[in-house]
Design a protein around this ligand. Sequence first.
Ligand code: FAD
Length: 432
Amino acid sequence: MAEAISTRTVRRPAARSAKTIAADICVLGAGIAGVSAALEASKLGRTIVIVDGAPTLGGQAIGSIIGTIIGLYTHGPHRYQITHGIADDLISDLTAEGSLNRRVSMTSTITFQYDEVRLCRWIERKIEEAGIHALLGAVLVDVAVDKRRVTHVQFATRFGPVAVEARGWVDASGDASLTYEAGFEVREPDAPVYGSLNFLIEGYDAEAVKELVIKDVHDRLATRGGEYGLVRHDGFLMPFPGKNFMLANVTHLETKLDPLATASMVAEGRRQADSAIRFLKTEFPRIFEHARIRAYGNPGLRQTRWIVGRRQLTLDDIRKGERPPDAAARCAWWVELHDAKDLVHWERFEHDHVYYIPLACMVPREADNIVAAGRSVDADVYALSAIRVMGPCIAMGAAAAHSLDLAGSGSVHKIDLTRLQQRLYDNLDRTD
Ligand SMILES: Cc1cc2nc3c(=O)[nH]c(=O)nc-3n(C[C@H](O)[C@H](O)[C@H](O)COP(=O)(O)OP(=O)(O)OC[C@H]3O[C@@H](n4cnc5c(N)ncnc54)[C@H](O)[C@@H]3O)c2cc1C
């Protein structure tokens, strides 16, 4: 018989100090923007810590089962890849193992449907191989600021407080959490921008599904969806060829910046997902008679809160596509604003159209050592709806890493833009 494990009795000390981690750069948020920033910064020889409140890496790309990476290519028959960096390895590694499905859309752009389990492992492996310190399950509680610079940040974990000290900070939180908690100004939309709870369906007829016409589903949602408790009339159902699951993005949820309302999104999102299955089984029985939900994602947040940058990117800017002197990322995705319960507002651009994200939109105007990347950058609601997708998030992550590297202990508002753009050549100028 194994020896019994002995126990000891303890009490929390009255005063306890936080464990401290020091790094050159701290990335808050381990979504695709934060992962891109961390991997790029580590290639520059910096010590990096990446922190997330969730217990795993990957942010919404993994936890919310987003399912498709868009915005990496231009549209049209002469398309080319506009963002490289970690996207190149991600595409080649996941394609080689059969976890990425390359899709050519109606406008001839390329999107990538991914298996989220495999993408998660890819991210974990890359972060580990790069020697990046990942602090997970750690929620930001306090930010210390001295003369426009964040000096250290306090996190709460299940097993006690942790402090991180760093010279430069990437706010890749999606909700501008670092900037907001530091006491700097941020923006919030006055009207709701809807999020969604995505889910995976299994058990559908793999042959019959080849005849699925999404327009028929949309039409039926518009006429009958309400009877099932569904609010949205559009969305996507995307079978993964060769695998037995399908991604469903057909729900719409209000995303309020309130802890209790946010928690209730889980129940509401799952209710809508269950209703969608009832709808599909009844309305399209040949395909969905035996369908069931294999996995519910976490509620996906699109546009919640973002920084006030030195400049705001506008709809007009992205329509015109002029290259600003401080261009830091190049994009081609359309305006995709979820501002109504039933339908998404789209504005599509002509083939080959590209536009740019200036560095000035990524730097909070009141801070010298924060660069935002991903959903937290400064843009009006229309422009943000276009640049928040994963291709631009990857490009912004790379730009954030290089900007902080060039700034060192100086200000991100005063870096050498020529050097920045030389380093970002692939993401700004390559057209192959
Ligand atoms: C339903 C839905 C469908 C979408 N569909 C697509 C699509 O098909 N293709 C596409 O390319 N894009 C799509 N998008 C957009 C895209 O997925 C996201 O905008 C993108 O993943 C955002 O990445 P991010 O790194 O900026 O933020 P996130 O992935 O949101 O990561 C932010 C991270 O920061 C952490 N964090 C935040 N605050 C704190 C805090 N205070 N303390 C600790 N950690 C914190 C969070 O836990 C989170 O992990 C979709 C978005 C949604 C919501």
